[in-house]
Design a protein around this ligand. Structure first.
Ligand code: NDP
Ligand code: PYC
Length: 345
């Protein structure tokens, strides 16, 4: 077997950006997309790392994402800020609106960002982590495709609907969690399919509603929500808040619009930001210090905080580089040399 290779974070970033530029994506958007993909690889979140490049190139080749979309900000001066991604990737739209969202939240204590009509492929932790680094608590969510059966049902209806939360910490990296409301992200099942390995029990049912560990049968059947009826309700909330409430597609409509599951979904997304200092002001207590007491108590029991694994992986990647397999390096070479034409080879 060909040996793996080590690549620095900066080199990988430059290469992924070039791949998107070669595929016709305007440079600012290519940089934003490369940033989140490389962050996923750097933090060892493989289901949303460089494996996603091919999926992005496929939607570009299919003409289902606007490569030169320029995000349009709509600000009425109120708590709800909107950014229209114009059918482009969600990430440049978020970055275009982030500073305004931070400023409005500091002004009012609570503000929301509505991202409209975006192609969404990424993890959500980048967004809440960036807000928490600026001293804000944040929630982020979006629909995806109807891959998931509601608890008690057998037919895909809900999305894998990710949900993320960030909280600022004093002198430490923020507290961040980010998960699919299905037992696992769809990307995890796809990675098992590619590797020819079974998925764990409890992730999915086949087309007839029987439990399965076969990734093909799972992709053809229905995924399950985490925590049974509880995850099902949270997933439904994500459909309502980031789909119905925004007047953007819910997961079933997103799939009907694209018509096939091998192209990434287009829908909206919602980010809520809160300034803990505003909320706590009259209490006389310091919300960040109170949070620290809780984190100390959690860690004191031997438990770990979410994102600790990710932050440790990041530290290693930044000092030692990222290890990629020969197949992954080969794919990067082909995408960089051939652009969209590499999809045919
Ligand atoms: P995981 O189950 O891998 O991780 C969920 C969260 O739990 C992470 O914050 C993780 O932190 C934390 N965690 C894991 N194990 C522990 C533990 N033992 N103790 C404390 N915390 C723990 O996530 P999923 O597979 O559900 O989702 C992966 C990604 O997929 C997410 O980033 C999500 O945004 C993305 N996604 C995107 C979709 C989209 O439509 N765009 C759809 C669905 C998912 P750590 O990372 O440090 O392990
Ligand atoms: O992994 O479930 C997933 C997913 C769907 C869209 C982007 N990621």
């Amino acid at each position: 077997m060909a040996p793996s290779q080590t690549i620095s974070v900066d080199t990988l970033m430059a290469r992924v950006q070039r791949i998107f530029e070669k595929a016709g994506v305007r440079p600012q958007s290519a940089a934003a997309v490369a940033h989140v993909i490389v962050a996923g690889e750097r933090d060892n979140c493989k289901s949303h790392g460089i494996y996603r490049i091919e999926g992005c190139l496929r939607v570009l080749a299919a003409g289902k994402v606007e490569p030169d979309a320029v995000p349009e900000l709509h600000d009425t001066g109120k708590a709800v800020i909107e950014v229209d991604a114009g059918g482009g990737f969600s990430n440049p739209a978020f970055y275009a609106a982030m500073d305004l969202l931070v400023a409005r939240t500091r002004e009012t204590g609570l503000a929301a960002l509505v991202i409209r009509d975006c192609l969404h492929f990424s993890a959500l932790w980048h967004d809440v982590e960036a807000l928490a680094e600026r001293g804000l608590a944040a929630l982020s969510m979006c629909p995806s495709y109807s891959f998931v059966a509601p608890a008690g049902g057998k037919t895909p209806l809900l999305g894998t609907n990710p949900f993320a939360f960030g909280w600022p910490r004093s002198g430490d990296k923020p507290y961040v969690f980010d998960f699919a409301t299905s037992v696992a992200a769809r990307g995890e099942i796809e990675l098992h399919r590619r590797a020819g390995t079974p998925i764990p029990e409890g992730w999915a049912i086949d087309r007839d509603g029987n439990p399965t560990t076969d990734p093909e049968a799972a992709l053809d059947g229905a995924m399950l929500t985490f925590g049974g009826h509880k995850g099902s309700a949270i997933s439904t909330m994500v459909e309502l808040l980031s789909g119905a409430m925004l007047g953007e597609y819910m997961s079933k409509e997103a799939l009907d619009f694209m018509g096939r599951t091998d192209l990434l979904p287009r829908h909206g997304a919602l980010v809520l930001a809160m300034d803990p200092q505003t909320f706590a002001a009259r209490s006389g207590r310091d919300p960040i210090a109170e949070g620290e007491k809780l984190f100390t108590a959690i860690v004191g029991q031997g438990a770990r905080l979410p994102s600790q694994r990710r932050f440790a992986a990041r530290a290693t990647a930044l000092s030692d580089g990222i290890v990629l397999s020969a197949a992954e390096m080969d794919q990067l070479d082909r995408f960089e040399a051939l652009g969209l034409a590499a999809l045919d080879t």
